[in-house]
Design a protein around this ligand. Structure first.
Ligand code: PAF
Length: 279
């Protein structure tokens, strides 16, 4: 039976009821979709018990309007998690996670300077802080994150290594709609026309990937291919288009072996990200 708690004390009591069980954690901000369920499914396969957190983390939003517009539906989320076989859900309030006396933050210094970190100041500080709190509260053996947030994944791996968190980070592939659009809670904020146009992210990434696989090694040319596809799609505005090193996130000049093709695009004002990793 799935249990749902708000306070840390209640959550901890349930988590430690049987100390021999191995726990997997899936951190989320709710408004769950098939991408989250994929993480839950993998967590269920690899652990005795699975915990999920649902918390729209104010500390990682650099824009108050974006925080307010972030979609929420707790009842629907809990139904989906129950169906998926989750054991424990933590749904704290912002005041519980960040009480008035709160003053500790986690800053991963270098890889957070690029891409998402450059255009969303403070975002990764908020992510690293809340994720380290989630790790301390659940004390899981494994934690599950999607490859769609490639830089977030790298930041969390770096934090786990630097701060000696005793757990394994498991990366899961991006789950896509049938037309290629990466699943995201933010897709719910797209109008029907914007939803159609949002396919341009995947189109641009696959065009660059195809060019790369056919021998185009100039990162500038690959960025140009992606930019043209986005710019020829109505309702779009580019935040960044990148061909970067997948560990340092520095922009490449020439793609020798590995590359992360990624972008953040506003489609009718909704900010979407996506990436393809070339290994
Ligand atoms: O990827 C997300 O949904 C969030 O950034 C996370 C990891 C749950 C932290 O709030």
């Amino acid at each position: 039976m799935m249990e749902v708690f708000q306070t840390v004390d209640d959550l901890r009591q349930a988590r430690w009821e049987n100390p021999t069980k191995i726990w997997g954690l899936v951190p989320t901000m709710g408004f769950l979709h098939a991408g989250h369920l994929r993480l839950v499914e993998q967590a269920c396969e690899q652990n005795d018990r699975v915990g999920v957190s649902i918390f729209v983390n104010p500390a990682q939003f650099n824009n108050p309007n974006d925080l307010e517009k972030y979609p929420r539906n707790l009842e629907q989320d809990l139904d989906m998690l129950k169906q998926a076989g989750v054991d424990l859900v933590w749904t704290p309030t912002p005041q519980m996670v960040y009480p008035a006396s709160y003053q500790t933050y986690v800053d991963v210094e270098q890889i957070t300077q690029k891409l998402e970190g450059a255009t969303r100041p403070g975002h990764f500080r908020g992510v690293a802080t809340v994720v380290s709190k989630l790790f301390n509260v659940f004390q899981p053996t494994r934690a599950y994150f999607g490859q769609k947030d490639a830089q977030q994944l790298a930041v969390i791996k770096q934090m786990v290594e630097d701060l000696n968190f005793n757990l394994e980070i498991v990366a899961c592939p991006t789950v896509r709609e049938s037309d290629g659009l990466a699943m995201s809670s933010r897709n719910a904020n797209l109008s029907p026309t914007a939803r159609q146009n949002a396919i341009c992210l995947y189109k641009a990434l696959t065009a660059a990937k195809d060019a790369l696989l056919s021998g185009q090694q100039s990162a500038e040319m690959l960025r140009h291919i992606m930019t043209e596809i986005i710019e020829s799609t109505a309702m779009t505005q580019i935040d960044y288009v990148s061909v970067a090193h997948p560990q340092t996130f520095s922009e490449l000049e020439k793609v020798e072996s590995q590359a992360l093709l990624s972008m953040a695009i506003f489609v009718d004002g909704v900010r979407l990200i996506d990436n393809i990793l070339i290994d």
